[in-house]
Ligand binder design. Sequence first.
Ligand code: IYR
Length: 222
Amino acid sequence: MNNTDNFTPYTAPKFTSEESTQRAQDLYTYMDQRRSVREFSDRPVSREVIENLIKTASSAPSGAHKQPWTFCAVSSPEIKAKIREAAEKEEYENYHGRMSEDWLDDLKQFGTNWKKEFLTISPWLIVVFKKAYDVNEDGSKAKNYYVNESVGLAAGFLLAAIHNAGLVSLTHTPSPMNFLQKVLDRPANERPFLLIPVGYPADDAQVPVLERKTLEEMAIFY
Ligand code: IYR
């Protein structure tokens, strides 16, 4: 069946078809309540929670199981302030000329602007880096595969884990993001992928009224 002896039986839980039907429905109902939130509380979240969220993210599949990612979890107020300052500088330029009129128009419904208070209010920032390649012990380069797909999947697992813990997040992409490599002192093979504030929502947090596509609009069965 396979040409390696390093295999082991697959032992994930098994469910009846009724249980599968219920679980699929339940997870959809729960995940459909996830929203990107821009108004955070400063209520603390323990490091233990963040560690488990990151371990869940790292359970995602990846090209040749290279796990081409690094998660930087920032709770230091000094580092968060540095990140906010650099992000706002870039975003100011984006909102004052670098983004097209069409783009600004598409964003109107979200009420975003160059100010990013959430970067210092949320208790944690998780900065996801993709590893374009790995570095062997002798300093030579080792290839990674399907890096964007792999890190995108891990980020998806992370957002689901955050929601499962009753926390909120925002997939934030200040652009360009290379300042994160400098502020967090990451090596040249790591490139910032997403900046994700994590925490509890502010008591009075609001989110825009959005509709999700219906199944008919986004799925085709053959
Ligand atoms: N990065 C900017 C602009 C922005 C772009 C998209 I596409 C969004 O979905 C939301 C915002 C910002 O964070 O404000």
